[in-house]
Design a protein around this ligand. Structure first.
Ligand SMILES: [Zn+2]
Length: 77
């Protein structure tokens, strides 16, 4: 799995859209934490591809904020 930062903007949008799980590092980086009590488990982060403690991307607003920013970068080109 390619590191997230090396993907094209379209690739980054696709990965964030398709991700079902995220580790807290990626969640903090690309999303906004929105839930008071979320469950975590050991699994594969769908964003960075590493095995660590993960949670649902829903808990980070489905990365809505970053996806919107990336789309506006696409549109401004
Ligand atoms: Zn991650």
């Amino acid at each position: 799995m390619k590191p997230f930062e090396q993907l094209t903007i379209r690739g980054q949008i696709r990965r964030l859209n398709n991700a079902a799980t995220t580790c807290h590092d990626c969640g903090q980086k690309y999303g906004v934490y929105s839930v008071g009590c979320s469950s975590t488990w050991s699994g594969k982060c769908n964003v960075c591809g590493k095995n660590k403690r993960v949670t649902e991307t829903r808990d980070y607003g489905y990365f809505y904020k970053t996806i919107r920013d990336l789309k506006s970068q696409l549109n401004s080109k």
